[in-house]
Design a protein around this ligand. Structure first.
Ligand code: NDP
Length: 434
């Protein structure tokens, strides 16, 4: 803690992983001698830079840009870019740290990285977003490349922002290095099913977890927080599997529709019109809009899929979910449950799918996008989706096996942390003290 003062989110993410590793260190004491823990918490490189840009009124604005290149033991750094006013070094480091183990779990050759800026895209014109992203990429382009570091989207960074950044990278570096960014438009090197991958992947993972207990999405009541990229496609897949999704949210509040959310309205409001979720009730008067996003966890449900942001379920919210009879939690967002909340779920027998396993579908398909770019070909939606499905099943099995092997059967938090860690630790040792 003294090396990373005030970095509470980063410390929380490290604690969750390290708590799981106790049985691993007992079995493999050479990790201690090799100072693997000390090395793995220290990023290989942390870049912080000024991003100046001019708004539509002619004012000069300055934001801060970040890229953490955390670990390249098993492949080039890979991880998204987040544009949100809450972004700081701690948030970027927690996300980058998680990414190391998540990427390892996918079975793809990708290391861990993450980046972003405290820029707030909300309320900005298209031209302002373009000016900002061009300024951001002008600096970032010095540090990334298809075999070095491959950023993607995250909160506040979708296909539009990736497109502007790709254009600027091309201008700065020349050539057409399509593998430098993932989440690109389909017409210039993007992969089909990337947009759907994180949400679908989360549901595929939870489906496996439910199957083991003879449960399923069919006929279940589901609550999904957020209404962004991950949420929309988690809702879509859950509905395809026969669930009734009764609520979703944005940072302003949540909607409750006892008939089941009409996803086409949410998609239009969020993906096309860029409106608030409160607008939903204008078209669906039977639905309820409640201000404040955290109240969503008081809605009774069988399955809860937090897909908005970190620490959105605290101990109190977890207790309410449990007392309302929740059976399973699938983390679509990164670290959406606090450590106390996870304790509440595990100690009450709630099935719990932790983020670094459950939301690994997005980065998995990003790695498939890189593979398609290298081979200069494009797979069909069905090909990518079926590879994604297989990857999520594998991650589930590997995490369950690791939990069993290290004395915590059924505990996917422990299992995912261990399965992700061991591969990276072994690769680090094989590459010497670097
Ligand atoms: P989006 O920007 O598309 O959507 C984010 C959603 O969460 C929006 O509805 C947003 O509401 C809400 N939200 C964001 N910040 C807050 C906050 N502080 N409080 C309450 N609500 C908030 O992002 P994504 O869907 O891409 O990402 C969501 C989560 O999933 C993040 O944790 C991200 O790291 C994680 N993730 C994303 C992946 C991807 O492929 N996109 C891959 C793996 C993980 P509003 O619009 O009002 O801000």
């Amino acid at each position: 803690q003294s090396r990373n003062p005030g970095e509470v989110e980063f410390q929380q993410a490290v604690k969750e992983v390290f708590d799981s590793l106790v049985p691993v260190l007992a079995k493999k004491p050479h990790y201690i001698k090799q100072a693997i823990l000390e090395r793995i918490v220290e990023p290989e490189r942390m870049i912080s830079f000024r991003v100046p840009w001019i708004d539509d009124q002619g004012n000069v604005n300055v934001n801060r840009g970040f890229r953490v290149q955390f670990n390249s033991a098993i492949g080039p750094y890979k991880g998204g870019l987040r544009f949100h006013p809450s972004v700081n070094a701690s948030i970027i480091k927690f996300l980058g740290f998680e990414q190391i183990f998540k990427n390892s779990l996918t079975g793809q050759p990708i290391g861990g990285g993450k980046g972003g800026s405290d820029f707030d895209p909300k309320g900005k014109s298209d031209v302002e977003i373009m000016r900002f992203t061009q300024s951001f990429m002008t600096e970032l382009s010095k540090y990334i490349g298809p075999d070095i570091d491959v950023p993607a989207g995250d909160i506040g960074v979708g296909a539009k922002e990736i497109g502007y950044m790709f254009g600027q990278y091309k201008r700065m570096r020349g050539g057409f290095e399509s593998g430098v960014l993932t989440g690109k438009g389909i017409n210039y090197g993007g992969s089909l099913a990337r947009k759907e991958a994180t949400g679908y992947g989360t549901v595929y993972f939870v489906e496996e977890m439910l199957k083991d207990k003879d449960l399923s999405f069919e006929g279940s009541t589901v609550v999904v927080s957020g209404s962004g990229n991950v949420s929309i496609y988690a809702i879509e897949k859950a509905q395809q599997l026969g669930a009734k999704v009764v609520a979703c949210s944005d940072s302003g509040g949540y909607i409750y529709d006892e008939n089941g959310i009409d996803l086409s309205t949410v998609k239009r409001l969020k993906e096309v019109e860029g409106k608030r979720i409160s607008e939903y009730v204008k078209e669906h008067p039977q639905a309820l809009y409640v201000q404040g996003f955290s109240g969503i966890w008081s809605i009774p449900c069988d399955i809860a899929l937090p897909c908005a942001t970190q620490n959105e379920i605290n101990e109190n919210a977890a207790q309410v979910l449990v007392s309302n009879g929740v059976k399973a939690i699938g983390e679509g967002a990164n670290m959406p449950s606090t450590l106390d909340a996870i304790d509440v779920f595990l100690s009450n027998g709630v099935l719990f799918a932790p983020a670094k396993a459950a939301n690994a579908g997005g980065v998995s398909v990003s790695a498939l996008e890189m593979a398609q770019n290298s081979a200069r070909l494009s797979w069909t939606f069905e090909e990518v989706d079926s590879k994604l499905h297989e990857i999520m099943k594998n991650i589930y099995r590997e995490s369950m096996n690791a939990a069993e092997e290290y004395g915590a059967p059924g505990n996917l938090v422990v299992g995912a942390n261990i399965a992700g860690f061991v591969k990276v630790a072994d690769a680090m040792i094989m590459q010497g003290v670097i």
